[in-house]
Design a protein around this ligand. Structure first.
Ligand code: IPM
Ligand code: MG
Length: 380
């Protein structure tokens, strides 16, 4: 488990905003809510789940990727369970500032100060076939937590613009910027997570080229002195990308700035068989505790398979489990969901993304069947 802080269990009614979004979002959200309802009953919780449109669904319903009513719902909720947003085919129809990725997802992250993104990558031994690496490189199993800074760096740094520079030429500028407090707080999250795991933290940077990299390395080293029990190592991002392919078992916690974390977490997810297996928690501090959060699968909208009962709902279901644990302190219910997912995988159930005919025990199922199986396993 990847405990960062443990909250006292919330017992009274819990308010959850469920924003399914676009593409496969609604299908996988439906399965996550199904599983949450079963956990609610089994663990005597009281979950008030309110659904609201976001992304293109928000634009179609209320003219904005993050409609005011949806934002208001988020503000009065205890946590947000998020699906995914963005349909690249429709992008040319609206200005870039209004597109769902920026106007909904990045805005929510900024609005709620969700600076700490936790992405656990674990390769189940039953999915060894779905991992692109040969068995000898999988070692005893891959279990990595990517801790990604989420509200700084190039995603938000100013200036950020595209301008005319004459003779029909244009210039695009993105700015990578980090302050020492921003690096310190995410470093603390990383070290605390490492402390509850295998006590190793690999800090990723590009200190051989970037000013940001030099500062990142300096600050992480200083914060690391407060965690003498955690082994700290620094790695350049290009080498980190390579090491993930060569020897992923060397990693416990990988601490990354925003953009590097975006890239390496997708790469790491491939090792776990599929992006459809990667949940995430984006947490912000409320009264010093990291408890408010957006919980979302890292995989995106996958428009090509949307509405076909083909999507893997496990990342969304595991994101719901992370929500129960981090925002509500319901570790037992969260564990029950984790174990249920392990059980259906051990039983051989596979959506297309994790299916391979090489695995003779595997049975191909749809989104709904996978959700039903996890729900049944939680209930039993
Ligand atoms: C992610 C996604 C987002 C990001 C996109 C959709 C803006 O790739 O959560 O990893 O880049 O942060
Ligand atoms: Mg990404």
């Amino acid at each position: 488990m990847l405990k960062v802080e443990l909250k006292e269990p919330m017992s009274n009614s819990i308010q959850i905003a469920a924003l399914a979004g676009d593409g496969i979002g609604p299908e996988v959200m439906r399965e996550a809510i199904k599983v949450l309802r079963v956990a609610e009953k089994k663990f005597s919780l009281s979950l008030q789940i309110t659904e609201a449109p976001v992304g293109w669904a928000g634009i179609d319903a209320a003219g904005a990727a993050l409609p005011d009513a949806t934002l208001a719902l988020c503000k009065k909720s205890d946590a947000i369970l998020f699906g995914s947003v963005g349909l690249p085919d429709r992008d040319p129809t609206i200005p870039k500032e209004q597109r769902p990725e920026r106007a909904a997802l990045l805005r929510l992250r900024k609005e709620f100060g969700l600076f700490a993104n936790l992405r656990p990558v674990r390769l189940s031994k039953h999915l060894a076939h779905a991992c692109p690496l040969q068995p000898e490189r999988q070692g005893e199993g891959i279990d990595i937590l990517v801790v990604r800074e989420l509200t700084g760096g190039m995603y938000f740094g100013q200036p950020k613009l595209t301008e005319e520079i004459g003779d029909g030429r244009r210039r695009a500028i993105d700015t990578m910027v980090y302050t020492t407090p921003e690096i310190e707080r995410i470093a603390h999250v990383g070290f605390r997570a490492a402390r509850s795991r295998r006590k190793k933290l690999t800090s990723i940077d590009k200190a051989n080229v970037l000013e940001n990299g030099i500062l990142w390395r300096e600050v992480v080293t200083r914060v690391g002195k407060e965690y003498p029990d955690v082994e700290l190592e620094h790695m350049f991002v290009d080498n980190g990308a390579m090491q993930l392919m060569l020897r992923p078992t060397q990693f416990d916690v990988m601490l990354c700035e925003n953009m590097f974390g975006d890239i390496l977490s997708d790469e790491a997810a491939a090792l776990a068989g599929s992006l459809g297996m990667l949940p995430s928690a984006s947490l912000g501090a409320t009264s010093g505790e990291l408890t408010f959060g957006v919980y979302e699968p890292a995989g995106g909208t996958a428009p090509d398979i949307a509405g076909k009962n083909l999507a893997n709902p496990l990342a969304q279901i595991l994101s719901a489990a992370m929500m129960l644990e981090f925002s509500f302190g319901q570790a037992k219910a969260a564990n029950a969901i984790h174990e249920a997912v392990q059980r259906v995988i051990a039983d051989g159930l596979r959506t297309g993304d994790i299916y391979t005919p090489l695995d003779t025990k595997a049975k191909k199922v749809g989104t709904r069947e996978m959700g039903d199986a996890v729900a049944a396993a939680v209930a039993s």
